[in-house]
Design a protein around this ligand. Sequence first.
Ligand code: NAG
Length: 311
Amino acid sequence: MDGLNNSVVSEFVLLGLSSSWETKVFLMLLFSLMYLGIILGNLFILFLVIFDSHLHTPMYFLLANLSLIDMGVSSTTVPKMISDLLKEYKTISFQNCMTQICFIHIMGGVEMVLLIAMAFDRYTAICKPLHYLNIMNPKMCVSFVITGWITGIIHAMSQFSFIVNLPFCGPNKIDSFYCDFPRIIKLACLDGAKFEFIVAANSGFMTMGTFFLLLLSYVFILVTVWKRSSGDLSKAFVTLSAHITVVVLFFTPCMFLYVWPFPTSTTDKYLFIVDFAITPVLNPAIYTFRNKDIKVAIKRLSKRGPYVKFC
Ligand SMILES: *[C@@H]1O[C@H](CO)[C@@H](O)[C@H](O)[C@H]1NC(C)=O
């Protein structure tokens, strides 16, 4: 690695979530439970979608992909955060820090494209029902997923290529529980304004763009349902409000970190717990519990009971 040559810093110190010892124990238990919930909940969705042929539709394929990414997103930070909680001196090596940043941004990029794809899927199903199967054909679904991965990789690498070569020579304390661009740039031994701009332009543009595209698709869906049902919005609104809540929860921390023009503050790091630990557990919840197909699939699964045949 080129970046190591002109850097003196070989590891970063994470200040983590500062609090009393009792709170740390409580947080450790809480995050462990949430992480378990994220892994089990999302694995359950993956399992249902893969093994129940009734769920082999565009929406559920995208949902299974989202579950996979949700597990990935939280795995980039949560296990390390949990194991660090009770440690007095938390460190992360230069390479691990860079790897963590890369994975966060690749996964984040894929997640955003998948959220757009799922919103587009719902928009098509509700607003253009007659053309739904034509538009959301298998080729389209696969291209959404591939586009997600390509976007995530380009998005992460385009910023990473600037950051990895920055000189890190002195300060190495990161006031957070994970590594990310804005905080790393602050530690570089040169004026980071240009690099901060690159990150704000790239990550900021991506989060804002995705956020408004999603809101726009929800508005289209609501207007369509409203016109069709001559004013009765309640059912559509109940479903959509869960999605809108998760989207707002997911995007608020991102916008605070990348778009907010003021310096990163200590409260940012608490906000990001939402993205890594809360929305990954909410996604399976909102897509599963209120959903008839999934309920029926679970019933089918429990009826088959011990005679379940895989493959
Ligand atoms: C992800 O989506 C693609 C395209 O629809 C699908 O073929 C694939 O099975 C999905 N992956 C999972 C893990 O469900």
